[in-house]
Write a protein that binds this ligand. Sequence first.
Ligand code: NAD
Length: 497
Amino acid sequence: MSKLLPCPLFIGGEWITVSGVATTPVHNPSIGEVIAETPLCGADVVDQAVQAAAKAFPSWMETPPVERARILFRLKVLLEDHFDELARSVTTEHGKTLAEARGDVRRGLENIEFACGAPSLLMGESAENVARGIDCDSIRQPLGVVAGITPFNFPAMVPLWMWPIAIACGNTFVLKPSEKVPLTTIRIAQLAQQAGLPAGVLNVVHGSREAVDAILAHPIIKAVSFVGSTPVAREIHRIGTANGKRVQAAGGAKNFVLVMPDADVSNSSTGILEAAFGCAGERCMAGSTAITIGKAADTVLPKLVDVVSKIKVGPTDRDAEAQMGAVITRQHADRVCELISQAAGQGAKPLTDGRATRIASAPNGFFVGPTVLDHVRPEMVTMKEEVFGPVLNVVRMDDLDAAIELANSSPYGNGAAIFTRSGKAAREFRHRVQAGMVGINIGVPAPMAFFPFSGWHASFFGDLHLQGRESVAFFTQQKVTTTRWFSYGEGTIWADR
Ligand code: NAD
């Protein structure tokens, strides 16, 4: 085993190596090797970070938004300069391909670009003469110390959904990245420090449940932004709001991709492939269920199986030709295989089967090959659980109405897509589908940084989503001022003269 990479905390502008606490391993999933150990910190460390953030807040709040934005502009340039290094870091700790890792960093960077617009994003509203001689205006002010808790599947992007816009709005931040992928966050925080971010504005703590519990209980923290699985998101929202905090908690998903009989065969099979197997299916926007309508099963499925069977699975950190990487841990690979076996036991027919995938050059990697399960029915396990791996359910149905009904029966509501040449069908689908992010001839309709990441139902708990103007609203509170100026002495206003 090669030397372990450091996993320090970042508190009050200092890099702190912790010792004497329990740790959890960070793997390079491509080869199954431990590359770092994440310290599992508790309430004491969270409190140190919160105190550092609280100390930094008064001066950061008074820093004009243009000056805050200038630091973010410098950070953007540094991230561009280190773009490939960051993408390699994502590939190493997560396992996704370099192309996917570049997408992860790029989508994160776009959130910094959005946050650079803080001076205009923070502008309020004003109205003259709301009553005779009286004017009214609103301004946005930061909340104070806020926190973010992130999942493993987008090591660069998801943390960047949160803290750049939060600090651009004048808050100071405590970030707890996923204990499975802490390394890219550490590198980005180093670059933020290099960009001139003052000490304590961004703090990074490591850990899992104990650290999260301490964040939720800390009286100084005003708001919590969470992204992760639905059971945890639901709890974070429940406990955080009970403790008087503002909470946005994005959860898991089951996303449906409908294929109409008139769909373009080549584009829709590529779109489904990308939606189901991109990032080895470890995406909250993964199109994990394709519903073929009518003869779409006969036209699109053969083409889909042909392209899926050609996907090259491999160790993405060393094989530039690998098109799909490993999943995050050995336990997760085993769970995905177990779910495939259970669905097969319930009558699903594997058209491709990734359970036996072994890579000669990386025998210890956590690989599961792309798996297409045909003749899947709603009661089967892979329809009920978020598999979060390279598994595509194919459900055959006869008409659009029934397909929309099936999609709407899901407890989740993140994404949904349709492939069709019919404007009428697309319109009907968009109007009726119970999901917050819709794709029309696009398999993964993840919105850009200036739109909200708009999950519904069990895919989101809270009111204001991550990304876009909703995130500005989430990280600020409004102050509405009503003004009257007297001209000659108390009680007489100009208009009354
Ligand atoms: P996870 O819920 O296991 O972990 C997310 C974070 O919560 C981590 O930082 C972890 O340390 C912490 N955590 C885990 N268990 C906890 C507990 N019991 N109490 C308190 N904190 C806990 O999620 P994950 O496996 O890292 O990520 C995958 C999940 O995230 C999937 O369900 C995926 O759909 C979801 N996700 C959702 C979105 C979205 O925008 N809706 C985006 C990305 C990922």
